[in-house]
Design a protein around this ligand. Structure first.
Ligand code: HEM
Length: 426
């Protein structure tokens, strides 16, 4: 995590000198720096805190094109700096645990085959049928603090909801889900750091999943893991290790992202009384249409994934007039693209009624988020239930004191203290 400096200098503003990337101010509010880059250095080579060099792509049109460019590979062996094993794909510990063969690290034709197989199991219908369970989980978590009048919405709500949801969907037995919660907590507390704890956690998750898959193979049920096993039995091949890596990527691609959707989204609404009142009024009338566009706008305005996961040039190419050499790493800055004034009118304004909102929060092209229907379900259920059950929900901290995680790929709050009239007191 990024720590605050002794004295907090003002963040650089649009038009000023080149902003410092990856500082404390940047982790708190990266948008002024991204505005500067979009205007002055739209495809910008930078040295990341890890020491690895990468190109940052910040304009919407370039970002969209880059995400769909097949001259860029997802396979880290194409990275010129990969020889030392330094670069990573956004999921800590996966290399050491032998979990590299998943969707976010592979290209066609392997990607096409795996994505087709998982899409047979992880269908929009399965997600739609899961809606009552997401509502139940959401209510249970709110029950845990509703009488207290205060809560940390990250730890008590946004963090547990997606982990329990994806465990249920996969078919992890209820009695084992708290272990996942602990492992996942370890992953986000230390995400990406070279600490032994993360590596151990990932290895334990891997071991657990391999054993669970083995048991399910003997006794298939009505869950996602069983469907993944069934999919592999029909003609095309899905190896044991591919099933394990698939479950792993579903867990981890769907976990911190959804925490941040709920956290960043609630934070944005609590700081914008006008937009929040608009949404609450619609919900009070049972109108969910605004809720749908609200979640999309919250994804655009302050989305969970700040930078899309890594891409590596396999051939010489040009992005936004900038030559990129084979072996170079390219990071598409979704958060910058989604505030590009060349694509979105008044991009820094949160407008829950925004139409024509083709944001890049879920990516674009072959690697477009597989879990988008589940993320939408969880985000909509969480916001609707919070604002309906706790109508006077308010931030219980000075916004300037809120701490952001400051990881490379994700953008999210470490804590979100709130207060409200206790439910029993009404
Ligand atoms: C891919 C965002 C929730 C599973 C992606 C990508 C983005 C993204 C930007 C593309 C990455 C790239 O191109 O480098 C989000 C956001 C979410 C969310 C903002 C929440 C609001 C989920 C959930 C799941 C999930 C709940 C599953 C349970 C995946 C998978 C991929 C992916 C498996 C890889 C797809 C592929 O490579 O073909 N997500 N995601 N995501 N997401 Fe999500």
């Amino acid at each position: 995590d990024v720590e605050p400096p002794a004295s907090t200098a003002a963040a650089p503003r649009h038009g000023g000198p080149e902003p410092a990337l990856f500082s404390w101010e940047f982790a708190t509010d990266p948008y002024p720096a991204y505005a500067w880059l979009r205007e002055h250095a739209p495809v910008h080579r930078t040295r990341l805190p890890s020491g690895v060099e990468a190109w940052l792509v910040t304009r919407y049109a370039d970002a969209r094109q880059t995400l769909a460019d097949n001259r860029l590979s997802k396979n880290p062996t194409h990275h010129a700096e990969d020889a030392g094993g330094r670069s990573r794909t956004g999921i800590p510990g996966e290399r050491n645990a032998g979990l590299m063969t998943h969707l976010l690290n592979i290209d066609p034709p392997d990607h096409t085959r795996l994505r087709r197989l998982v899409s047979k199991a992880f269908t929009p219908r399965r997600v739609a049928e899961f809606a009552p369970r997401v509502q139940e989980l959401t209510d249970q978590l709110i029950d845990g603090f509703a009488d207290r009048g205060s809560a940390d919405l990250i730890h008590e709500f946004a963090f547990p909801l997606p982990i329990y949801a994806i465990c249920d969907l996969l078919g992890v037995p209820a009695g084992d889900q708290d272990d996942f919660r602990d492992w996942a907590g370890m992953m986000i507390r230390h995400g990406g750091g070279p600490r032994g704890g993360v590596a151990r956690s990932v290895k334990r998750i891997r071991g657990y999943l391999a054993e669970l898959i083995h048991r399910k193979r003997a006794d298939l049920g009505d869950d996602l893991i069983s469907d993944l096993i069934r999919a592999s039995d029909h003609g095309e091949h899905l190896t044991e290790n591919e099933v394990v890596a698939m479950c792993f990527v579903l867990l981890f691609a769907g976990f911190e992202t959804t925490i941040n959707l709920i956290g960043n989204g609630t934070h944005a609404l609590l700081r914008d009384p006008g937009q929040r009142a608009l949404l609450q009024a619609a919900l009070a009338q049972g109108d969910d249409a605004l809720l749908e566009s609200a979640v999309e706008e919250l994804l655009r305005w302050d989305g969970p994934v700040e930078l899309a996961t890594w891409r590596f040039a396999t051939r010489p190419l040009t992005i936004g007039g900038q030559d990129i050499a084979p072996g170079d790493a390219v990071l598409v800055v979704l958060a910058a693209a989604d505030r590009d004034p060349a694509r979105f009118a008044d991009p820094d304004t949160l407008d829950l009624t925004r139409r024509d909102n083709q944001h890049l929060g879920y990516g674009h092209g072959l690697h477009y988020c597989l879990g988008a229907p589940l993320a939408r379900l969880e985000g909509q259920t969480a916001l609707r239930t919070l604002l309906t059950r706790l109508p006077d929900l308010a931030l219980a901290a000075d916004p300037a004191e809120l701490r952001w995680r400051g990881g490379l790929i994700m953008r999210g709050l470490r804590t979100l203290p709130v207060e409200f009239t206790p439910v029993g007191a009404r």
